[in-house]
Design a protein around this ligand. Structure first.
Ligand SMILES: Cc1ncc(COP(=O)(O)O)c(C=O)c1O
Length: 402
């Protein structure tokens, strides 16, 4: 054990960190399952899980043991060598996703960069000189230059011109707008969308998941790649291993990250069908993508999700939370939406201050997105008793607020 003790951060303490985040003045020193603890032992119920990351909860013993054992054995060798844990992790991910080929990366944005490169390669091989990708309004795909260009939020793009000109934007759920774009732009080669928009406010398309089927048909009709960003919705979050599994379709390209490592930084871009083989030797790479340690974490996370039936749990307990919220907040002017453990409560007014009220008065960690949506992303293996604990704190919070 280390003998270094860090002093608590004082308000107004000068910092060398770039001020890219508006941080809350609290830090947690320990976590266990659905709960976080500050230095003085105060317990907080975590309905955010590091923004949809720690799906199996904090300090999961099986994952902690795998990390510790592998860290003490071998962390990294590089992709210049065979990595049996990487092969095994890819096998597991192929099993749960139905995809054929997998490239491991370190984050969501980096996985989407891989998808964008695949789309460009696909187009180029067909003689399209400057391939274009359709993306949706209110989408979020990351903060790198290509993914912030794909993102449908002006605040994310502000000050970072020139954006890449790969993208054509359409309203989320509007298939006529896609067909219209197809008529105007012969250079379109792919569509990239989130099955449920997370940062955008927990939005499914107005027609629900059948939008994905409609998009699949359009992609088939025009020979485009259907690319799904399941960085937030993947790994059991919505009550299926991947959200597209609520339908009968399979995308050509699929990206994920967040819950894939339960807090360890990993991501993946996956292909099947006509997208297979587009990235060949020398065309893509990442020093840290699929390290021995990272791959063992991925393998262990998927294995644990399977053994704990955590996806089925997310569907059941998530349904219970949504039903209870609808009943208990029936007299309030709120709309509850979501699937599994990805739940949004649309309030009738902006509610950013609810984050601090929830934390300080109810010892509850939540997030507010799109101005007026309380976003809940609890662990996917949350128990019914923990869900009741969450409901008690949350209903009191919203009742007091509205
Ligand atoms: C749908 C979606 N795509 C991409 C990203 C970017 O992932 P990362 O922050 O790991 O780069 C996020 C992160 O919130 C996301 O929710």
């Amino acid at each position: 054990m280390t003998d270094i003790t860090l002093a608590p951060i004082q308000p107004d303490q000068p910092s060398h960190l770039m001020a890219t985040y508006g941080r809350q003045a609290i830090s947690f020193v320990r976590g266990r399952g659905a709960y976080l603890y500050t230095e003085d032992g105060t317990e907080y119920l975590d309905a955010l899980t590091g923004i949809a990351v720690c799906g199996l909860g904090h300090a999961h013993p099986v994952i902690a043991e795998a990390i510790a054992e592998q860290a003490a054995t071998l962390v990294h060798t590089s992709n210049l060598f065979e990595i049996p844990w990487q092969t095994a992790a890819a096998q597991k991910l192929a099993e749960v996703s139905g995809m054929e080929e997998i490239f491991f990366s370190n984050s969501g944005a980096e996985s989407n960069e891989g998808a964008i490169k695949i789309a460009r390669k696909f187009g180029t091989q067909q003689g399209v000189r400057l391939p274009k990708i359709i993306v949706a309004e209110q989408s979020f795909h990351g903060r790198t230059l290509a993914t912030l260009s794909a993102t449908g939020n002006k605040k994310v793009q502000d000050g970072f011109a020139p954006l890449t000109n790969d993208f054509i934007r359409v309203p989320f759920g509007d298939v006529d707008a896609i067909q219209e774009a197809a008529l105007q732009h012969p250079d379109i080669v792919a569509i990239l969308i989130e099955p449920i928009q997370g940062e955008g406010g927990i939005n499914t398309a107005p027609q629900g998941f059948s939008y994905l089927e409609e998009v699949r048909n359009i992609c088939n009709q025009h020979n485009w790649l259907m690319m799904l960003d399941e960085i937030q919705t993947g790994n059991g979050r919505t009550g299926k291993y991947f959200a597209y599994q609520h339908t009968n379709i399979v995308p050509d390209v699929l990206t994920t990250a967040k819950g894939l490592g339960n807090g360890f930084p990993v991501g993946a871009v996956m292909t099947q069908g006509k997208a297979v083989g587009l990235l060949g030797p020398g065309s893509h790479g990442s020093t840290y993508g699929g390290t021995v340690l990272g791959s063992r974490v991925v393998y262990t996370v998927i294995d644990t999700i399977q053994k704990e039936n955590a996806v089925e749990n997310a569907a059941l307990v998530g349904r219970y939370i949504v039903d209870q919220l609808r009943t208990q907040l029936a007299d309030k002017n709120v709309q509850v939406r979501g699937f599994g453990m990805m739940i949004g409560i649309q309030l009738p007014k902006d509610c950013a201050e609810l984050v601090a009220i929830a934390r300080d008065q109810h010892k509850l960690i939540i997030n507010v997105t799109a101005g007026s949506v309380v976003r809940l992303l609890p662990p996917i293996n949350m128990t019914q008793a923990q869900a009741d604990d969450l409901l008690e704190r949350l209903v009191a919070l919203i009742n007091n607020y509205l």
